[in-house]
Design a protein around this ligand. Structure first.
Ligand code: OOG
Length: 261
C-alpha cells in the first residue's frame, strides 16, 4: 500500500486535473506498485476534500460492468465511484462540457434506493425490495488520462471517469418491468450510435448494486436510503462535442434528451 503522503500527492494530481481540464499520465507510470485499493484510497481522499468544499455525495456509480465497456477500456473488473450532486444535469436541458477534456456519453439504468441496504451478500430480491424505482440515465464520462488510456488503479483514483449525469424518462418499479431486458438506443444527432440490452450489465443491472453493497460492506459502509446508483453502461461510450443532441431511448422507460453545451 502507498503511504499517506503518496495518496495525498495522487489526490492533488487527480483533483487538479479534474478542476483544471488537464490531462495527466496514468498514475501507475510513477507508482508502478499502486494497487486498486490505493486507487480507492485516492478516491476517498478526493471525497474528503470535495465534502470539505461543500460538495454532496448523493450515490455511487458502477463502471466497467459490461463486456462492451471492459473490452473498450481493456479492464476486466468493475469499478465503483462517487456521484456528487453538482454533477447532475436536468433532462431536456444542456449538459455543460466546457470544463471537460474529451467527453463521451453512455446509457445505463439507475437505481434509486428507498431503504438502507447493507451486508456482504444481498440477493437481487433484496436489492429490489430496497429499491424505490429504476430510471433511465446517461452518463458523460471524461477521463483525465491521456487518450482515455488507464488501468484499474488509475481509473478508480479518477473516480471512474465521472463527469456529469442526467436522469430522465419514466420511473418504473422493478416488479413492473424486467430491468434485465430493456433495449437501449443511444442516438447522437438523430443517428443510432450505440444499441444494447440492459442485461449486458453483469446479466442483470441489479448485480451492479449487489456488488456495490458488498464493496461498501468490506469498507464498513452501507448504501443509504435515497442513494442513486448508476449501474454502468451496457454499450460502448461514444464521443460527443458541443452542439450535439443526444437522445437515449429506453424500451418501456421513455427517453432522455439533452444538448451538449
Ligand atoms: C471508465 C468508467 C466506465 C461505465 O459505465 O462502464 C463507466 C471509463 O470507461 O472511462 O462508467
Amino acid at each position: 500500500m502507498l503511504d499517506a503522503a503518496a495518496i495525498a500527492e495522487l489526490a492533488d494530481r487527480v483533483d487538479g486535473a479534474q478542476s483544471n481540464r488537464r490531462t495527466i499520465a496514468k498514475l501507475t507510470d510513477d507508482y508502478p506498485g499502486m494497487t486498486v485499493d490505493d486507487g480507492y484510497a485516492v478516491q476517498d481522499e478526493c471525497l474528503r476534500r470535495w465534502q470539505a468544499r461543500g460538495r454532496a455525495l448523493i450515490g455511487y456509480k458502477a463502471g466497467l460492468t459490461s463486456r462492451a465497456k471492459m473490452i473498450q477500456m481493456g479492464v476486466d473488473v468493475p469499478s465503483f465511484g462517487l456521484l456528487m450532486r453538482d454533477t447532475c444535469d436536468a433532462e431536456g436541458g444542456a449538459v455543460p462540457t466546457a470544463g471537460l477534456i474529451h467527453p463521451r456519453v453512455e446509457g445505463e439504468i439507475a437505481y434509486v434506493m428507498a431503504r438502507d441496504l447493507s451486508g456482504p451478500d444481498v440477493s437481487i430480491d433484496q436489492v429490489h425490495a430496497a429499491t424505490d424505482f429504476i430510471q433511465p440515465a446517461i452518463e458523460i464520462l471524461d477521463s483525465r488520462f491521456e487518450k482515455f488510456r488507464f488501468d484499474l488503479p488509475s481509473v478508480v483514483a479518477d473516480n471512474g471517469s465521472s463527469a456529469r449525469f442526467v436522469m430522465g424518462g419514466r420511473m418504473r418499479r422493478p416488479g413492473d418491468v424486467d430491468p434485465a431486458t430493456i433495449g437501449i438506443v443511444l442516438e447522437i444527432n438523430g443517428e443510432a450510435a450505440a444499441l444494447a440490452c440492459s442485461g449486458a450489465v453483469l446479466g442483470h443491472p441489479a448485480r451492479a448494486v449487489q456488488m456495490l453493497v458488498a464493496w461498501l460492506h468490506e469498507r464498513g459502509r452501507i448504501l443509504p436510503a435515497g442513494s442513486v446508483v448508476l449501474t454502468g453502461a451496457a454499450t460502448e461510450a461514444m464521443p460527443i462535442a458541443k452542439g450535439d443532441i443526444v437522445c437515449a431511448r429506453f424500451q418501456e422507460m421513455g427517453s432522455i434528451n439533452v444538448r451538449i453545451d
